[in-house]
Design a protein around this ligand. Structure first.
Ligand code: NAD
Length: 292
C-alpha cells in the first residue's frame, strides 16, 4: 500500500512555485498577488484563510486578507469584490466559503472577474473546464488530479466512483476524470445521497473519490482489494483527548480500508494541503497571464 502523501507533494509544488517566483522577480516581472475575503469568524474558515496567507509568504507572493464582520451586507461585499476586480496589482482572489446565510453565495461568485477567479468557481471557468478549454480549475479537484498524476496512478479505463456531487468537489472531479487528459480517461459513476445500493457500486470501483462529509463513512466491506482511495472529507469530530478538543476525520475508515488499498490519501496530510498548493498555482498562472 502506498500513501498518496499530499503534504510532501504539496511541498514539492510550493518549492516549484517559489522557484518560478524567484525567476519572475529576477527578470523584473510582477510578483504574484493573491487576495482573500473572509466574512465572519467561522473557526475552520479562519484556519483555511490563514493557511493560504502563510503559503503565499512561503512562495514569495504578495497577499492581502480582507477580514469583514459577520454582519457585512451583500452590497458591501459586492463593492469589495468590484474593487479587487479593478485593482491591477491583484492577480487573483478568493471569497472564503461558506458565507453568512444573509448573503447570496451564487451572486457573490458570479461577481468575481473570471480572469481573477483562482478558485475556479465562476460559471465561465466551470463552462470552459467542461469544454476542455484553458481555465482555472477548482483547487481541490486540481490537487487530486495532480496527486494521481505525480504518483502515476493508472486512471485510463479505470472504474471511478465519485461519492458526492457538490459544485466544488464531486461534480468537477467527475468531469475531469472522464476527460481525455492526464489522470483522466476513466469510466466515472457519480454517487450521491439518493444513490441506492452504494456498496455494490463501490465494490466494483478501481478508484473511489469520497467527498460527502460523513466521517469514516467508507469502510473495508465497501471496497475491493487493490483499490485507490482519495479521501476528500474533513470533519471536526469532538475529541476531549486532543488539545483543541477535536480531531480531523476523513470520509474513509482509514485503518480498515488502507489494508485493502493499493494507494490511499490520509486525513490530514492528503487532499487538504494539495488544495492550497493548487490555489497558489492558479495565482501564478493568473499573474503570468496578466503580465503578458
Ligand atoms: P457537500 O456537503 O456540498 O456535498 C456532499 C455530497 O455528498 C452531496 O452531493 C450529497 O449528495 C453527498 N452525500 C451525502 N450523504 C451521502 C450518502 N449517504 N451517500 C452518498 N452520497 C452522499 O460537500 P463538499 O463541499 O463537496 O465537501 C465534502 C467533504 O469534503 C466535506 O467534509 C468537506 O469539508 C471536505 N472538503 C475538503 C476539501 C479539502 O481541501 N480537502 C475541500 C472541499 C471540501
Amino acid at each position: 500500500m502506498t500513501i498518496l502523501d499530499g503534504k510532501k507533494t504539496s511541498s514539492d509544488i510550493k518549492d516549484e512555485i517559489a522557484e518560478a517566483v524567484k525567476k519572475l522577480k529576477s527578470e523584473g516581472k510582477k510578483t504574484p498577488h493573491l487576495a482573500a475575503i473572509l466574512v465572519g469568524s467561522d473557526g475552520a474558515s479562519m484556519t483555511y484563510v490563514n493557511a493560504k496567507v502563510k503559503a503565499c509568504d512561503f512562495v514569495g507572493f504578495n497577499s492581502t486578507l480582507i477580514d469583514l464582520p459577520e454582519n457585512t451586507s451583500e452590497e458591501t461585499l459586492l463593492e469589495k469584490i468590484q474593487k479587487l476586480n479593478s485593482d491591477s496589482d491583484i492577480d487573483g482572489f478568493i471569497v472564503q466559503l461558506p458565507l453568512p446565510k444573509h448573503i447570496d453565495e451564487q451572486k457573490v461568485l458570479m461577481a468575481v472577474n473570471p480572469d481573477k477567479d483562482v478558485d475556479g468557481f465562476h460559471p465561465i471557468n466551470v463552462g470552459r473546464m467542461t469544454l476542455d478549454l484553458p481555465c482555472f480549475l477548482p483547487a481541490t479537484p486540481f490537487g487530486i488530479m495532480e496527486l494521481l498524476e505525480r504518483y502515476k496512478v493508472e486512471t485510463s479505463g479505470a472504474n471511478v466512483v465519485v461519492i458526492g456531487r457538490s459544485h466544488i468537489v464531486g461534480r468537477p472531479m467527475s468531469i475531469l476524470m472522464s476527460q481525455k487528459r492526464n489522470a483522466g480517461n476513466a469510466t466515472v459513476t457519480v454517487a450521491h445521497s439518493r444513490t441506492k445500493n452504494l456498496s455494490e457500486i463501490t465494490q466494483k470501483a478501481d478508484i473511489i473519490i469520497a467527498a460527502l462529509g460523513i466521517p469514516e463513512f467508507l469502510t473495508a466491506e465497501m471496497v475491493k482489494e487493490g483499490v485507490t482511495i482519495i479521501d476528500v472529507g474533513i470533519t471536526r469530530v469532538p475529541d476531549a483527548t486532543k488539545p483543541r478538543g477535536y480531531r480531523l476525520a476523513g470520509d474513509v475508515h482509514f485503518e480498515s480500508v488502507s489494508k485493502k488499498a493499493a494507494f490511499i490519501t490520509p486525513v490530514p496530510g492528503g487532499v487538504g494541503p494539495m488544495t492550497i498548493a493548487m490555489l497558489l498555482k492558479n495565482t501564478l498562472l493568473a499573474c503570468q497571464k496578466n503580465d503578458n
